[in-house]
Design a protein around this ligand. Structure first.
Ligand code: CAA
Length: 294
C-alpha cells in the first residue's frame, strides 16, 4: 500500500521528531495532541530544527517551508480519518495507549495501518485493543528521531506479512537502518541499554565515581557519544523509570529494577533534560551535575 498521509498521536520528545522526519519524507502529516500548549511546544521544536537546518545550509528555506506546510496540528482524533498509517508516540502507559487506540480505531479508515513507538510495552497487547491486529506493528524510533539512524520493526503474533513488510519499507523511505526485533519487553536496544543506564545509577550510588566521572569514563573509555547519566536525563528519567518497571515485571531480574536515586528524582519531578533538572541542572549555559542524594 502506498503511504501518503500519516497520523502521529503525541508531539512530545519522540512524537515531534517522528512528525518532522515523516514530513521531510514528503508525506502529509496530521499530528494530534491533548492540548494546545503541548501541540504548540512540539510544533515549535520542529520549527527550530528546520530553522537550524536552513541556517547551516542543510535545507533550502523553501523546502523547510514546504515541510512545515505538510504538517497539520490538531486536537481532534477525527482529523486522523484519512490517514494511511497512524503512529502512536504518547506516554509510556498501557492504559492510556489502549484508550487512545480505541479512539483512533473508531475514526481511522478500515484499511489504515497502526504502529506503536512503544519502548517497552507489548505490541500485541495494544494490537488486541483494535479491530485490526493484522494491520498493527511496532515501529520503535530512537531519540532524537531526526538524527538516530535506527528503526526497530516489531512483529506481534497477529501482524500480517503486509504490515510487517510495510514497516521495513517505511524505514527505508525515512533513511533508517531497520532491524527486526521480537515482541519482548524492550525489544533489542532497550533490553541492553536500559540495564546499562540503571547500572550506571547504581555505580553512582555505590560511590564508584561522580556523575561527571561516570559519564566522562564512558565517553572517553568506550567512545559513547554521551555518558549513561547524561543519556538517562536525555531519554527522560520518568520514561526510564516506566520502562524499568515494565522490564522488571517481565524479566523478574533485579538488574531491571529502579535504583532508589531514580525513584527519588522522578518523585521530585526531576525528569532530566525535559524538566530542566535530573542528574544535571540544565538552567545555565552548561549542564552542572546535581549530585543527587549527596
Ligand atoms: N533534535 C534534532 N536534531 C538534533 C537534536 C535534536 N534533539 N540534537 C542534535 N541534533 C542534530 C543537530 O542539529 C546536528 O545536526 P547537523 O550536524 O546537521 O547540524 C547533529 O544532530 C549533531 O548535533 P550536535 O553537534 O549538537 O551534538 P552531538 O554531535 O553531540 O550529537 C546527539 C547529539 C546526536 C544527541 C549525540 O549526542 C548522540 O548520539 N547521543 C546518544 C543518543 C542516544 O543514544 N539516543 C538513544 C536513546 S534511547 C532511545 O531513544 C530509546 C528509548 O526507547 C528510550
Amino acid at each position: 500500500m502506498e503511504i501518503s498521509r500519516v497520523g502521529v498521536v503525541g508531539c512530545g520528545l519522540m512524537g515531534h521528531g517522528i512528525v518532522q522526519i515523516c514530513a521531510q519524507a514528503g508525506w502529509e502529516v496530521v499530528v494530534r495532541e491533548l492540548d494546545q500548549e503541548a501541540l504548540d511546544r512540539g510544533i515549535g521544536r520542529i520549527g527550530k530544527q528546520l530553522a537550524r537546518a536552513v541556517e547551516r545550509g542543510k535545507l533550502e528555506r523553501g523546502d523547510a517551508e514546504a515541510v512545515r506546510g505538510r504538517i497539520t496540528p490538531t486536537l481532534e482524533y477525527g482529523d486522523l480519518a484519512d490517514c494511511d498509517l497512524v503512529i502512536e508516540a504518547i506516554t509510556e502507559d498501557l492504559d492510556r495507549k489502549l484508550e487512545m487506540w480505541r479512539a483512533v480505531d473508531g475514526v481511522a479508515r478500515p484499511d489504515a495501518f497502526f504502529a506503536t513507538n512503544t519502548s517497552s510495552l507489548a505490541v500485541a497487547d495494544q494490537a488486541a485493543a483494535t479491530s485490526r491486529a493484522e494491520r498493527f506493528l511496532g515501529m520503535h524510533f530512537f531519540n532524537p528521531a531526526q538524527v538516530m539512524p535506527l528503526l526497530e520493526v516489531v512483529r506481534a503474533e497477529a501482524t500480517s506479512d503486509e504490515a510487517y513488510e510495510l514497516g521495513f519499507a517505511l524505514g527505508e523511505t525515512l533513511g533508517k537502518t531497520t532491524v527486526a526485533a521480537r515482541d519482548n519487553r524492550g525489544f533489542i536496544v532497550n533490553r541492553l541499554l536500559v540495564p546499562y543506564m540503571l547500572d550506571a545509577i547504581r555505580a553512582y550510588e555505590q560511590g564508584v565515581g561522580s556523575v561527571e566521572d561516570i559519564d566522562r569514563g564512558m565517553i572517553a573509555g568506550a567512545s559513547h557519544p554521551m555518558g549513561p547519566l547524561t543519556l538517562a536525563d536525555f531519554v527522560g528519567l520518568d520514561t526510564l523509570a516506566s520502562i524499568a518497571d515494565v522490564m522488571v515485571d517481565a524479566y523478574e531480574e533485579e538488574r531491571f529494577a529502579q535504583p532508589d536515586t531514580l525513584r527519588d528524582l522522578v518523585g521530585a519531578g526531576d525528569y532530566g533534560r525535559k524538566s530542566g533538572r535530573g542528574f544535571y541542572d540544565y538552567s545555565g549555559d552548561k549542564p552542572v551535575a546535581t549530585d543527587p542524594g549527596r
